[in-house]
Design a protein around this ligand. Structure first.
Ligand code: AMP
Length: 508
C-alpha cells in the first residue's frame, strides 16, 4: 500500500464504489462494511439514526418518506426535493453522508485517510462540480481533485491494456469512445490515448438520463396494468411505489440475462402479475436509447471523427449490461463494444490511479500519466445587446475547448469615479442567459478612485483541467489585482459547509 493511500471514489447516482492502489500500484476495489463492492447511494433518515447503503435501499419499500435517492441528480439545487424526517437537506449534504460511509468503511481496511479523488460525469457543469467538492469537504475528505468519469474509465482501460505499466510499450495513438450509462447520468466522451497521455477530444451527455429512467418505464407499465385491472394507481402510495420500483429494477436486471421477467404488485388487497418479455421492455424504452444514440453521434461529429477513426468503444456503467445498448452500438459503429473493464469498478479504479499520480507528484516524482480535458459547456458572461437592449450570453470559451484555458474580457466603467462592477457568469449553449446555468455574479469592488468613465477592466476567467473556474480582475495598465467575490446563488457559505461537516462527520 502507498502511504498515504491512493484512494479513488466513484460517487454514482445509484451506486458508489471506492478503490485504492495496492503495493504494486494496481487498483483494487474495497468492499464496504456489508461485504459488497458497490454501495447503493441511498440514505435513510431514521429519527435518531442515519443509515446509508443497502439497508437504506431496502427501506424504500417500507419507509419511503424517510429515504433519499438520486441526490446526485439534484446537485446544484438549493435543497433536495423532499423533506426527510421533517427536515430539508441540501443535495450535497446527502452526498456527503454517502461519502462519509464510504470513507468510514474504507478506513476499516486501509486505516484513516482523508486525501482522495472523486469522479464526476464529464457533462457536469461548474456548479455541480463545486457541489461535489463541497460534499467531499463536508464528509471530512480532502478532495485532491475531481476527475471526469469517462476519463477515469479510459485510464483504467489503459492500465488494463498495459499502456501504463512501467515496462508497457507505448502503442500507436488510439481513439476511444467511452459510452457511460450509469444509474442516473449518461456521458459520452471521445478520447485519444497517446502513450501515457489521455486527451479528451469532445464530450456530451445528459445528467437526467440513466438506468433509473429505464426502471420508471417498467414502473409506469405495471402501474397502468394495475389501474386497468383494479382502477387504482399503486404509485399514489409512497411505500408501494418504492416496492414496485425495486421489483422493476430487479426485473430489468433479469432481462439482461433472460428473455423474459415478471413483476408482481400488491396494493389495497389487489394484486397483478405482469409478464415482461425483453422485446416489450425494449419497446417501452427505445426513445431513451435513441437519445443516447443521438448524443453519441453528435459527440463523434464534434470531435471531427467518423466511426472508422474509433479503435475502441468502451462500455462503462451498470446500465450498459442491457443487451440493447451493445446491440445499438454494434449496429451504429460496426464494431464490437469493449466491455473488458469491470463496468461498475472501472471509474473508481481510474480515480485511484489518478490519486496515485497526484500523490507521486506531491512527493516530487514525475507523473506516470497526463490528462487533458475539454469543457463540457460553453462559458459566457451576460451582456446587453446594444441594438435590442436585450440580455444575451456572450460566449468566452466555447464548449469542447481543451483545458486549462484562460479567457479575457474587457468591461468598461460606465461613469467617472465608478468604484465597482458586476459580472454575471453563465454556462450553456443558449443565447438567452435565462436558459443557461447561472454560475454566479462576480462583484469587483474597490476600483481605484477617480477612474474616468469607460476605463477598461480586464476580467480573466480560468478553467482548470478539472473544469473548476477561477476569476481574476485587473485594471488595465496597473499591476494590482482587484478584490472580487463570486456570489453563487445556490451554494452554501463556508460557515454552512463547516456546520454540515460537523453534522455529517458526527453521524455514525
Ligand atoms: P452505476 O451507476 O454505473 O453503478 O449503474 C447503476 C445502474 O446500472 C442502475 O440503474 C442499475 O439498475 C443498472 N444495472 C446494474 N446491473 C444491471 C444489469 N445486469 N442489467 C441492467 N441494468 C443494470
Amino acid at each position: 500500500m502507498i502511504n498515504p493511500p491512493a484512494v479513488g471514489i466513484d460517487l454514482g447516482t445509484t451506486y458508489s464504489a471506492v478503490a485504492q492502489l495496492d503495493s504494486s500500484g494496481r487498483p483494487v476495489t474495497l468492499v464496504n462494511a456489508e461485504g459488497d463492492l458497490v454501495t447503493p447511494s441511498v440514505v435513510l433518515f431514521e429519527p435518531n439514526n442515519i443509515v446509508v447503503g443497502k439497508e437504506a435501499l431496502k427501506a424504500i419499500a417500507t419507509d419511503a418518506k424517510l429515504v433519499a435517492q438520486c441526490a446526485k441528480r439534484e446537485l446544484g439545487d438549493r435543497m433536495f426535493n423532499k423533506e426527510l424526517g421533517g427536515r430539508k437537506y441540501p443535495p450535497e449534504a446527502i452526498e456527503a453522508l454517502i461519502l462519509h460511509k464510504l470513507k468510514r468503511d474504507a478506513a476499516r481496511q486501509i486505516g484513516e485517510f482523508s486525501k482522495c479523488v472523486i469522479t464526476v460525469p464529464a457533462y457536469f457543469d461548474e456548479v455541480r462540480r463545486k457541489a461535489t467538492q463541497d460534499a467531499g469537504y463536508m464528509a471530512g475528505l480532502e478532495v485532491m481533485d475531481i476527475i471526469n468519469e469517462p476519463t477515469a474509465a479510459a485510464i483504467a482501460h489503459g492500465f488494463l491494456k498495459g499502456f501504463l505499466n512501467e515496462q508497457g510499450e507505448s502503442p500507436a495513438p488510439r481513439k476511444l469512445l467511452v459510452y457511460d450509462l450509469g444509474g442516473g447520468t449518461f456521458d459520452v466522451t471521445v478520447m485519444e490515448i497517446r502513450g501515457h497521455e489521455f486527451l479528451a477530444l469532445a464530450t456530451d451527455g445528459d445528467v437526467q438520463l440513466g438506468g433509473y429512467d429505464w426502471d420508471q418505464r417498467l414502473v409506469n407499465h405495471v402501474a397502468q396494468e394495475f389501474k386497468r385491472q383494479h382502477g387504482l394507481d399503486p404509485r399514489e402510495d409512497a411505500n408501494t411505489a418504492g416496492r414496485l420500483w425495486r421489483e422493476c429494477e430487479d426485473a430489468k436486471r433479469t432481462l439482461s440475462a433472460r428473455a423474459k421477467a415478471s413483476v408482481t404488485c400488491d396494493y389495497k388487497g389487489h394484486a397483478v402479475r405482469v409478464e415482461i418479455p425483453r422485446e416489450l421492455f425494449e419497446e417501452l424504452t427505445h426513445d431513451l436509447l435513441d437519445r443516447t444514440r443521438f448524443t453519441t453521434r453528435q459527440t463523434l461529429m464534434a470531435a471531427g471523427l467518423t466511426w472508422k477513426d474509433i479503435d475502441y468503444v468502451l462500455l462503462v456503467g451498470g446500465s450498459t449490461r442491457m443487451p440493447m445498448v451493445s446491440k445499438m452500438l454494434r449496429d451504429a459503429t460496426g464494431k464490437e463494444p469493449d466491455g473488458s473493464v469491470a463496468v461498475d469498478e472501472a471509474v473508481a479504479h481510474g480515480a485511484a490511479l489518478h490519486a496515485g499520480v497526484l500523490l507521486a507528484k506531491n512527493a516530487g516524482q514525475s507523473p506516470r500519466l497526463k490528462i487533458k480535458n475539454v469543457n463540457s459547456h460553453s462559458l459566457g458572461v451576460v451582456a446587453t445587446d446594444n441594438l435590442t437592449g436585450r440580455k444575451r450570453n456572450a460566449v468566452l470559451v466555447p464548449r469542447n475547448t481543451s483545458l486549462p484555458v484562460t479567457a479575457r474580457r474587457n468591461f468598461r466603467t460606465q461613469k467617472p469615479g465608478q468604484r465597482s462592477i458586476l459580472v454575471q457568469i453563465v454556462e450553456g449553449e443558449s443565447a438567452n442567459p435565462d436558459e443557461c446555468t447561472q454560475i454566479g455574479r462576480c462583484a469587483v469592488r474597490d476600483l481605484p478612485a477617480n477612474l474616468p468613465g469607460q476605463t477598461p477592466i480586464e476580467v480573466r476567467f480560468h478553467y482548470a483541467e478539472n473544469g473548476r473556474l477561477t476569476v481574476h480582475v485587473a485594471v488595465e495598465g496597473t499591476t494590482k489585482e482587484l478584490r472580487h467575490t463570486i456570489t453563487r446563488d445556490n451554494m452554501l457559505t463556508q460557515e454552512q459547509l463547516d456546520a454540515w461537516r460537523g453534522f455529517v462527520c458526527g453521524s455514525r
